[in-house]
Unconditional design. Sequence first.
Length: 146
Amino acid sequence: MDLKEIYLDEKGTWQRMTIESSRLVTDRPILKFAGVDTPEAASRLTNRHLAVKSDQLVKLPEDTYYVFDLIGCEVFDEAGTRIGKVTDVQQYPANDVYVIRTVDKEEVLFPAVLEYVKEVDAENRKIIVRNAGLFEKARDKRDNEV
């Protein structure tokens, strides 16, 4: 890692931390911050959100996106019908899953796989998906509960 500093979420306030050294252990970063010199001090900093300035982001391969680029994207089917908005992305070993809040205010879990996701235009905040009846199932379930 070439980063010299990183921002650490400290109860809603971003604190700039200087990185003295870093390494990856099973694809997770292990960072040594300046001024954090004991295991006890380090343990208070675990499991926190980290951030970097946008110009320090790693360039991702084509058709790969940061989660923050997807959250808030409007979702449309291939016919141009607005389905809803991505509110979260759940990450699993097999594939990611978009959490979509539909126009009917339902929450739908949608597989983020090429078979169903036809286009992601993160710059214009738009995702086009193959509907495949997935949203109708949520609507039918709601109608049957009434």
